[in-house]
Design a protein around this ligand. Structure first.
Ligand SMILES: [Zn+2]
Length: 81
């Protein structure tokens, strides 16, 4: 289990992605913790976002800003694997 800071994006960067509002807190069944890249709030507890194949934007329940999981940053570069 590790802690990750989400990648902050603006509303203009959402594009075709699905928006998931984490609300007060989102708790998974095991994995990592993720923090809002805008306000630092812990958005997601014990969830493995890298296992989610859909491209999702995570909206912070605190500041209502948008974040991408850190893993998605290199998704395009590993397409040839
Ligand atoms: Zn936030």
């Amino acid at each position: 289990m590790a802690e990750f800071m989400m990648k902050p994006i603006s509303q203009n960067d959402i594009g075709e992605r699905t928006i998931f509002n984490t609300g007060v807190s989102t708790v998974g069944k095991g994995g990592d913790d993720y923090f809002c890249g805008h306000c630092g709030r812990k958005m997601i507890h014990n969830m493995n976002l890298s296992a989610i194949e859909a491209t999702v934007v995570y909206q912070c329940g605190g500041c209502q800003s948008y974040n991408l999981p850190p893993e998605s940053e290199s998704a395009d570069e590993t397409a040839s694997v």
